[in-house]
Structures are given as structure tokens and as C-alpha cells.
Design a protein around this ligand. Structure first.
Ligand code: FEO
Length: 165
């Protein structure tokens, strides 16, 4: 059985992961409007991945006899100056998520909830990957600079992201 403390914290993260999906879906729409279909595709895959993260928390709460609580999802921004500003926001957002996951891990350790510790380990590793992926995209955008040709080439690469990567 899951404790009330862990259940509440996991429900909050369930909401946060769902917000991440909403945020990246909004970014995807903005990218479509910028004419960057490859980046829009990458961001749409990212949004789906975030729903998968939310589902993991949902499943864990249910599996341990807890109750999933649905709460309002905050409205994400809908406009960015350019793709670089958007990716910088993405990295900042992922760093915030990493910090939340680490707080959850600290709580699970304090509460001696071993099942939650093992469950959260996957997220600790996932956040390393998430931040590294976004950092790499930012580096490539920096290399592209103001070159429209280089950004279009990058957009083409972004279109190749598979649904489970
Ligand atoms: Fe669910 Fe992008 O972390």
C-alpha cells in the first residue's frame, strides 16, 4: 500500500508530466506555424513521451492500491521568439523536472519506500537523457547560427525522430 505522503507527491508529478506534454504539444503547434515541420514532429513525439511518463506514475499509484487524482493542467505559453528561444525554455523546463524527480527520490528514501525508490530510478536515468538530448539540439542550433540553410538541414534531421526514442 502506498502512503498518503507518497501518493500525494506522485499525483503532483502525474500532473507535472501531463503539463510537460501540454507544453511540448503547444511548442509543436508553434513550430508548425514557423514552417519547421521537422522540429514540430520532434516536439510532438516528445509530448507523447511525456504522457507516457504521466502514465507510469498513474500505473504505480494504482498498482499499490492508491488513488490517482486528476487536477487542472496549467495553460502553457503559445508563442516563442524563435526555435532557439524555445529549445532554451525546453532545457530550463527539463532541469526543473529533474529537480522534482530528485525531490521525489529524497522523499522516497526518507519514507523508506523501497518500491518507490526502484520506480523512480528509471526517471533519474531518463532525465539525464532528456537534458542531454535537448543540450545537443541547442549546440547544433548554435552552430547553425543565422544560416537558414543550416536550420532547414537541422529541421530535416529532427523529422527522423522515432516514436520511442
Ligand atoms: Fe517527463 Fe521530459 O520529463
Amino acid at each position: 500500500m502506498i502512503s498518503k505522503k507518497i501518493q500525494d507527491a506522485f499525483n503532483a508529478q502525474f500532473n507535472a508530466e501531463t503539463y510537460s506534454a501540454y507544453l511540448y504539444w503547444s511548442m509543436s503547434a508553434a513550430l508548425e506555424n514557423m514552417g519547421l515541420g521537422g522540429f514540430a514532429h520532434w516536439m510532438r513525439v516528445q509530448a507523447k513521451e511525456e504522457l507516457g511518463h504521466a502514465q507510469r506514475f498513474y500505473d504505480h499509484i494504482i498498482a499499490r492500491g492508491g488513488q490517482v487524482r486528476f487536477a487542472a493542467i496549467a495553460c502553457p505559453p503559445s508563442q516563442w521568439q524563435d526555435v532557439m528561444a524555445m529549445m532554451a525554455d525546453t532545457l530550463a523546463h527539463e532541469k526543473k523536472v529533474t529537480s522534482s524527480i530528485h525531490d521525489l527520490m529524497d522523499l522516497a528514501l526518507t519514507e523508506k519506500d523501497h518500491a518507490a525508490v526502484v520506480f523512480l530510478q528509471w526517471f533519474v536515468n531518463e532525465q539525464v537523457e532528456e537534458e542531454a538530448n535537448v543540450q545537443q539540439i541547442i549546440q547544433r542550433l548554435e552552430m547553425a547560427g543565422q544560416s537558414k540553410g543550416a536550420i532547414l538541414m537541422l529541421d530535416h534531421q529532427m523529422a527522423s525522430r522515432k516514436a520511442d526514442s
